[in-house]
Design a protein around this ligand. Structure first.
Ligand SMILES: *[C@@H]1O[C@H](CO)[C@@H](O)[C@H](O)[C@H]1NC(C)=O
Ligand SMILES: *[C@@H]1O[C@H](CO)[C@@H](O)[C@H](O)[C@H]1NC(C)=O
Ligand SMILES: *[C@@H]1O[C@H](CO)[C@@H](O)[C@H](O)[C@H]1NC(C)=O
Length: 323
């Protein structure tokens, strides 16, 4: 979420579909630790109300304000959780739109994290993310599982590490994942915070493409011995073992992104993470890259365009954590 401008022009396509043997433990099975859906998001997650650390044009609302303004609610029909940017109020150019950012009360130092979402926020100037973060940023690390800006078509997955024992994306892991490496160095601080990113090759992994596919699943495996792996499945391709709550990563084929423990002491760099959903507007990345996004006008002007934010919404079926 701290990621700034990372030029997509530097993308280095790595090989595809080679051996995935080293990325997951073949025999590992997983059991549910925590399950979050419309019945417990409001009791198990907290609403962050501080200033946006990425300098976005948003006011993050408390739970009661977000609920009374219709920016956080559960659909009674299908029990999905909706988190939204205000798309009705008049806000001046360069002003601040009401939005939400929620954080899990539980913290995790590993596991298999599954997000099933029906839709993610879209629209010029929006910058949604589903991410995890530890204490004392960047010391306990940050993992951006789903992130992108403006009209971006592909999910950008990023690790940020902060110890003196820095992580990189393992180039010999070439071929063990299907995405493209944007930046190899994970070390981040307040002034250099790009992190190590991999761009998903599938255009249903982000934005309008994700929503047109009726959403889907992101499955993030944080394995302190093997490394970090992220898969994305469009709705039509979700493995049955995920749907029937017996996820088996060894059956899923190569992940979209893989950060090997061969070039990262995972447990030293990533621990005690909360999960976070947010939607910011403009700010360091969506605002900084706006002029080359293909969106009209400036990001500050777009803040004033209420209808632009009509679909700036997360619609979430569930988040599950397995161990
Ligand atoms: C990645 O794999 C391709 C295909 O096997 C190979 O040509 C290339 O040299 C590899 N790159 C690196 C950096 O290992
Ligand atoms: C942040 O990291 C960059 C790149 O490694 C380094 O050049 C810079 O000195 C660091 N800044 C601080 C404040 O540590
Ligand atoms: C306002 O937003 C809508 C939806 O994104 C867009 O079609 C329209 O061009 C925008 N208007 C201006 C003046 O940018």
């Amino acid at each position: 979420m701290y990621a700034l401008l990372v030029s997509l022009l530097t993308a280095t396509p790595l090989g595809t579909l080679a051996s995935v043997q080293n990325t997951v433990r073949q025999t590992q099975t997983y059991a549910i630790q925590d399950w979050y859906d419309g019945s417990n998001f409001f009791s198990e997650w907290s609403f962050y109300t501080g200033a946006d650390p990425t300098n976005g044009n948003v006011n993050y609302l408390s739970m009661s304000d977000a609920q009374s303004q219709g920016l956080a609610y559960v659909n009674s029909g299908d029990n999905t959780l909706v988190l939204a940017v205000d798309s009705t109020s008049s806000v001046p150019a360069g002003g601040y739109r009401n939005s939400v950012r929620i954080t899990s009360n539980n913290v995790y130092s590993g596991g298999l994290f599954i997000l099933d979402a029906v839709a993610m926020p879209v629209g010029c100037g929006t910058w949604p993310s589903f991410w995890t973060c530890g204490p004392n940023w960047p010391l306990a690390g940050e993992i951006d599982i789903v992130e992108g800006i403006n009209n971006q078509k592909h999910n950008q997955m990023t690790l940020h590490s902060g110890t003196s024992n820095p992580c990189t994306i393992d180039v010999p892991a070439n071929g063990t994942f299907t995405g493209s490496v944007l930046n190899q160095k994970c070390y981040s601080n307040q002034t250099a915070d790009a992190g190590c990113s991999i761009l998903d090759s599938d255009s249903s992994s982000f934005g309008y493409g994700f929503n047109e596919a009726q959403g889907g699943v992101f499955a993030f495996l944080w394995d302190n011995s093997a490394g970090m792996s992220l898969w994305h499945f469009a709705r039509a391709n979700i493995p049955a073992d995920i749907t029937n709550q017996s996820p088996t990563p060894a059956n899923w084929g190569p992940p979209a992104g893989f950060w090997s423990s061969a070039t990262c002491d995972i447990a030293d760099n990533f621990y005690q993470h909360s999960m976070i959903f947010d939607i910011t507007v403009c700010g360091g990345w969506a605002g900084g890259a706006y002029s080359k996004s293909g969106c009209p006008g400036t990001c500050s002007q777009m803040v004033a365009n209420a209808s632009n934010f009509a679909d700036a919404q997360w619609v979430i079926n569930y988040v599950a954590v397995y161990q």
